[in-house]
Design a binder for this molecule. Structure first.
Ligand code: NAD
Length: 371
């Protein structure tokens, strides 16, 4: 089984879909790996570190020969055009953002497993790239908050008096939010957490944060949240505003599947914040959680700094690539047996992760968005 790895070409993408340790394991599984020279460089992994990989100076021919192509970002159309009919692609796709690419993969009869479709079930945890990347993002979000603050996070006793610990509020307690809590706690801050799924109270408390209870329960389908009604939004604001205004750092991670980011912080709430406060809006990809956020930019409103970074995992490319490649390995292991590809479509993980196969768009939501 031939696997091809290309250098990522999208702007600001430093990750790579293959790391040396995973390449070694794939070889043991009966695979042969061909990688474009320099594909790991931006992740600080030089070509020489890939001992079991054939490095190709010229990417031409790499893909047309491959049975499986692995990538982080959705590939360019010419990559898909060069792929063999019936070959397999593993990458993030986000079909609703890539309608033309999805149609091309359908027409070229590519079997595409889209990493964002891996089901959030216990058995699929080792393949769940959304979670592995979100955990790193949550950690980094807390650090961004800390380094953009003109204060320190822990309590410090000095010869000239004591400094009180900073207050951090984390809004949205999924994988990223919980990791942001854990990181801010390790830095010594007093941390509060808020979410609209009541089960997050216990999760926040187990990490040493206080839960801000608004009394709103907006549990949606499949463990995700649903959008709030106007009435619920008012109820939330009545409780949360005070906590936003007491915080030195607010980290937001709220998302609703298939919808733009919910706005959790209004302009008026920002204007009432403490001088020097920092908002780290980690929902930039979906438009942001704060009304003042500009995705990809840093905005100053009075004495409040609002960051809305994009592609946060790329900033931690070495570890992000390592976890991502391991997630993909665990998926590949499901359909590469004894050096051959055998896809068992009764396997729930494969059946739910497939986006296109045999000339069809297999995922219903994607089909609706694309066709
Ligand atoms: P996500 O990125 O979709 O959303 C982040 C958080 O934002 C969620 O906790 C959501 O409740 C919250 N949110 C949405 N609207 C909000 C609002 N108006 N105010 C405050 N918070 C709001 O979430 P995620 O990290 O991808 O996790 C989603 C779910 O999947 C969770 O229930 C998580 O436990 C679950 N999960 C399960 C597995 C598994 O079992 N294998 C793996 C990962 C995640």
């Amino acid at each position: 089984v031939k696997i091809a790895v290309l250098k990522e070409t999208r702007a600001h993408e430093r990750r790579v879909a293959m790391v040396p340790a995973v390449a070694d394991k794939l070889v043991r599984l009966g695979c042969e790996i061909h990688m474009q020279a320099g594909a790991g460089t931006a992740s600080r992994i030089p070509d020489e570190a890939y001992k079991k990989v054939a490095i190709a100076a010229n990417p031409q021919g790499l893909v047309s020969d491959a049975d499986i192509v692995v990538a982080v970002q959705p590939p360019a159309a010419d990559v898909v055009n060069a792929m063999k009919e019936g070959s397999i692609l593993l990458s993030f796709v986000y079909a609703h953002r890539e309608p033309d690419l999805v149609k091309l993969m359908r027409d070229k009869k590519i079997t595409c497993f889209a990493m964002e479709l891996v089901p959030r079930i216990t058995r699929a945890q080792a393949m769940d790239a959304l979670s592995s990347q979100a955990a790193l993002s949550g950690y980094y979000g807390a650090l961004l908050g800390a380094t953009n603050l003109a204060r320190i996070l822990p309590m410090m006793t000095t010869a000239v008096g004591s400094i009180r610990p900073a207050k951090v509020l984390v809004m949205g307690l999924g994988v990223a939010g919980l990791q942001a809590i854990a990181t801010a706690r390790r830095l010594g801050a007093m941390v509060e957490g808020y979410d609209v799924r009541p089960e997050t109270k216990e999760q926040a408390e187990s990490l040493g944060a206080k839960f801000v209870d608004t009394g709103v329960d907006a549990r949606g389908e499949g463990g995700y949240a649903r959008e709030l009604t106007a009435e619920e939004k008012e109820k939330v604001a009545a409780v949360v505003t005070k906590h936003i205004q007491q915080a030195d750092i607010v980290i937001t991670t709220a998302a609703i599947p298939g919808r733009p980011s919910p706005k959790l912080i209004s302009k008026a709430q920002v204007e009432g914040m403490k001088n020097g406060a920092v908002i780290v809006d980690m929902a930039g990809e979906g438009g942001g959680n704060c009304e003042y956020s500009k995705p990809g930019e840093t905005v100053q409103v009075g004495q409040v700094t609002i960051l809305a970074p994009l592609n946060i995992p790329s900033a931690l490319a070495e570890h992000a690539s390592e976890l991502y490649a391991k997630n993909q390995y665990n998926l590949i292991e499901l359909f590469v047996k004894d050096g051959a590809i055998r896809i068992d479509w009764t396997d729930e993980v494969l059946a739910k992760t497939v986006l296109t196969h045999g000339g069809e768009i297999k995922n219903e939501a994607a089909r609706k968005a694309v066709e």
